[in-house]
Design a protein around this ligand. Structure first.
Ligand SMILES: [Zn+2]
Length: 141
C-alpha cells in the first residue's frame, strides 16, 4: 500500500506542477511549445542592482525556467512568483506568444513561523514571457 501511495503522489505532483520535478520535462509537459524565454525584473528589497547593472534582470529559457522563484527580501516568508502557474494559465493555455505582467510578491514580512506578521512583502516582479510554438506539422501525437 505504501508503494502505491508514493506513486499516486508522484502522479499528482506531475499533474499539478508539470516541470517542478525536472527542468528537462518542460517541453514534455507542453508539446506544442518550441521554446520559451522568460525575463523577470524584480524590484524591491534584496534586488538592488549591482554597481554595473542598470536593473536586476533574470532570463530563463525552457531548460532553465524554475517553477517558483524565491523572493530575496530577507524578511519575506513564503514569497516569490509562481512561474509555473503563470506560464501555464496566462500564456500557454490561451496560446499567447507574448505576455507581460507585474506580480506582487505574495509573501509576508515577519517571523518564519508566522507568529508576527508585519504585512505583505513590497517586492514586485515584472515578468515578460515570449513563446515560440511548433508548426502544426511538428506536433506529433
Ligand atoms: Zn517577498
Amino acid at each position: 500500500m505504501a508503494q502505491r501511495h508514493v506513486k499516486l503522489s508522484h502522479v499528482e505532483a506531475q499533474k499539478l506542477y508539470p516541470f517542478r520535478t525536472s527542468v528537462k520535462s518542460f517541453l514534455d509537459a507542453y508539446p506544442t511549445v518550441k521554446s520559451i524565454q522568460v525575463e523577470v525584473r524584480p524590484v524591491g528589497e534584496g534586488f538592488e542592482p549591482f554597481r554595473d547593472m542598470t536593473e536586476w534582470v533574470e532570463v530563463y529559457n525552457e531548460k532553465s525556467i524554475p517553477a517558483i522563484l524565491d523572493c530575496r527580501n530577507s524578511r519575506c516568508f513564503g514569497g516569490g512568483p509562481d512561474l509555473a502557474y503563470l506560464v501555464r494559465w496566462s500564456v500557454i493555455e490561451p496560446k499567447r506568444t507574448e505576455f507581460e505582467t507585474t506580480m506582487r510578491c505574495r509573501g509576508h514580512l515577519g517571523s518564519p513561523r508566522g507568529r508576527r506578521n508585519d504585512g505583505p512583502c513590497d517586492t514586485f516582479f515584472k515578468v515578460k514571457v515570449n513563446v515560440v510554438y511548433k508548426d502544426a506539422a511538428e506536433v506529433k501525437e
